[in-house]
Design a protein around this ligand. Structure first.
Ligand code: FES
Length: 191
């Protein structure tokens, strides 16, 4: 190889190397941003088999998500929790059939504490400021009658559906997990 050709070849290699060093972090930044942007599709989770849910008794399920920091992948980070309520298949309100499964965010719309299930009264309650909710997620008056229900709105209803697993033919509950602003009378999606 002639000297001039060799020099050209070396400088070409160096230019490619420099472009890679500058470009790779840029590409990985874009990919990370896409991963973090989390469309609704990213938050759809199969959370429970229908047969494992008792009728009329709420069941809490965690919403898991993978998180990466600089060194480690955390595959099962808890993103939030959801209450599932199964009704009788023929349940109706007035003449209207209502869905067999409903899903509520377990985050209290007041200030964000975790809503619990009061098994004795079979209703939901928030331990922080004693907000009370029925199994339909609607607010109920506080038992004392003195205190107003502090929650500004009903529990946040989430989209959910029944899907049949193609391999096992089992019926699963699928939930679209979303977070909402607290302290507002209307449901507003968190940015
Ligand atoms: S945070 Fe739930 S009642 Fe205040």
């Amino acid at each position: 190889m002639r000297r001039r050709t060799l020099l050209k070849w070396i400088s070409g290699c160096l230019a490619t190397l420099c472009a890679s060093v500058v470009g790779i972090p840029g590409v990985s930044f874009v990919l990370q941003a896409l991963r973090k942007s989390g469309s609704d599709g990213d938050r759809v989770r199969r959370v429970a088999r229908l047969k494992d849910l008792p009728v009329g008794k709420p069941v809490a399920v965690p919403i898991l998500s993978a998180r990466e920091d600089a060194w480690t992948v955390h595959p099962d980070e808890v993103l939030g929790r959801v209450w599932l309520v199964r009704r009788k298949p023929d349940a109706k309100v007035g003449a209207e059939s209502i869905p067999q499964i409903v899903a509520f965010s377990a985050t209290c719309p007041h200030l964000g504490c975790a809503i619990q299930h009061d098994a004795k009264e079979n209703r939901f309650q928030c331990p922080c400021h004693r907000a009370l909710f029925g199994l339909d997620g609607e607010r109920v008056a506080a038992k004392t009658g003195v205190q107003k229900n502090p929650s500004p709105r009903a529990m946040d209803l989430l989209d959910c559906r029944l899907v049949t697993d193609e391999t096992t033919q089992e019926v699963w509950v699928e939930v679209t997990f979303q977070k909402f602003e607290q302290g507002l009378t209307k449901k507003v999606l968190k940015a």
